[in-house]
Design a protein around this ligand. Structure first.
Ligand code: CTP
Ligand code: MG
Length: 373
């Protein structure tokens, strides 16, 4: 049986945020959620040490498969408080920093593999690329260790329960658990670490971590424009809403320029053609189709190709109708058709100039930001 302790009780003083470091957002989740995901496929039990006062917040975030305990004044003390909670039939314990949010499950598995192969203590490390100096209190160099023999060590660090328990029994303090295990004379094995398991200490480390996430997520943008001529006797549909007592526009579908511009922006961002190639006159089933239906169809096409929507923005250009009073309602209708996506809706006139300024019709311009994992 394998237990994991995640040290997350620090305040993150060097990071300088107003919330504990483990609750800082990295991409789509907090650091603590990332670090639980790093270990959940490998460990049978996960114990998280939370800063005092944040225990309930952590429980809500992590769910009831994770045991949350209050941490201590130092990292070593926090680990000891976590160690008191491990189940009695545990063989190995992994100790991990919440701050190393992007360590992969594969790294945790390699640590466990080495423990299973017989080592009592296993820690990931990377070769040192800088020359490191040892200095004295006056700031003078006293020696230059051989760089080839140095490693920058990371977590998760893995131990037999017996070794970790014995190392912590003395109640000493160190910046990692391996140091305590070394101090009781046990051998500590180094395995190859990961650049992405970096410790997030400052805001610039968070930016580096984001770039690791960026490797797996590709963002792209697209722009779409549509315009339709007014036509007496047609109902007006715009931005997913019916506008009673307003003049409608001509068109193959319902002529909702805002919806159509969004569809084209989404097609542009995903490289999946355009409104015409997907729903054009060669597809009679879309004749008179509501804009929201085309939005739903577009969403389904881009989703099938692996894209999801980060944000959509559309601006209606025309003298009428006045959008302001129904903006919220329209945003809700567009967002619902797009599976709950974040939508912004704006409107403008063109100061009496050009197509819509002459009062001949309505136009819209949209942009979309999409991502593909
Ligand atoms: N940690 C802990 N209990 C403490 C101090 C630190 O559980 N009393 C945890 C931190 O939450 C972090 C890990 O140990 O995940 C490594 O510590 P560090 O990166 O130094 O985080 P902080 O102590 O929060 O940051 P700082 O030193 O800048 O305040
Ligand atoms: Mg600290």
């Amino acid at each position: 049986m394998i237990s994991a302790i995640i040290a997350a009780a620090g305040s993150g003083e060097r990071f300088g945020a107003s919330i504990p470091k483990a609750l800082i957002q990295l991409g789509d989740r907090t650091l603590i959620e990332h670090s639980v995901a790093s270990l959940s496929s490998v460990a049978d039990q996960i114990i998280v040490t939370a800063p005092a006062g944040y225990e309930e917040k952590f429980r809500t975030l992590l769910g009831n498969t994770v045991t949350v305990v209050t941490g201590g004044a130092t990292r070593s003390e926090s680990v000891r408080l976590g160690l008191a909670q491990v189940l009695c039939d545990v063989d190995f314990v992994l100790v991990h920093d919440a701050a190393r949010a992007l360590a992969t499950p594969a790294l945790a598995q390699r640590v466990v593999d080495a423990l299973v192969a017989g080592d009592a203590a296993v820690i990931p490390g990377l070769a040192e690329t800088d020359t490191v100096k040892v200095i004295d209190a006056e700031g003078f160099v006293t020696s230059t260790p051989d760089r080839g023999a140095l490693r920058r060590v990371q977590t998760p660090q893995g131990f037999t329960y017996g070794a970790l328990q014995a190392a912590h029994a003395l109640g000493a303090d160190a910046t990692d658990d391996a140091a305590l295990v070394e101090s009781i004379g046990k051998k500590v094995r180094i395995i190859e670490g990961e650049e992405r398991a970096l410790k997030i200490t400052t805001p610039s480390d968070l930016a580096t971590a984001l770039s690791f996430l960026g490797d797996a997520t590709k963002f792209s943008t697209g722009v779409g424009v549509d315009a339709h001529h007014f036509q007496e006797g047609r109902e007006l549909w715009l931005a997913g809403l019916h506008w009673p007592n307003e003049t409608g526009v001509e068109g193959h579908s319902d002529g909702d320029v805002a919806a159509h511009a969004i569809c084209d922006a989404l097609f542009a961002a995903t490289g999946l053609g355009d409104l015409g190639s997907n729903f054009g006159t060669s597809r009679p089933e879309y004749a008179g189709a509501p804009g929201t239906t085309l939005l739903k169809e577009t969403l389904s096409l881009i989703t099938k190709s692996g894209y999801s929507i980060s944000h959509v923005s559309v601006q209606v250009i025309g003298n009428k109708p006045k959008i302001g009073a129904r903006r919220k309602e329209a945003i809700a209708a567009l967002s619902e058709a797009l599976g709950g996506a974040d939508v912004a809706l704006l409107a403008t006139t063109t100061d009496g100039m050009g197509l819509t300024g002459e009062g001949k019709g309505i136009a819209a311009i949209a942009s979309a930001l999409v991502l593909k994992k």
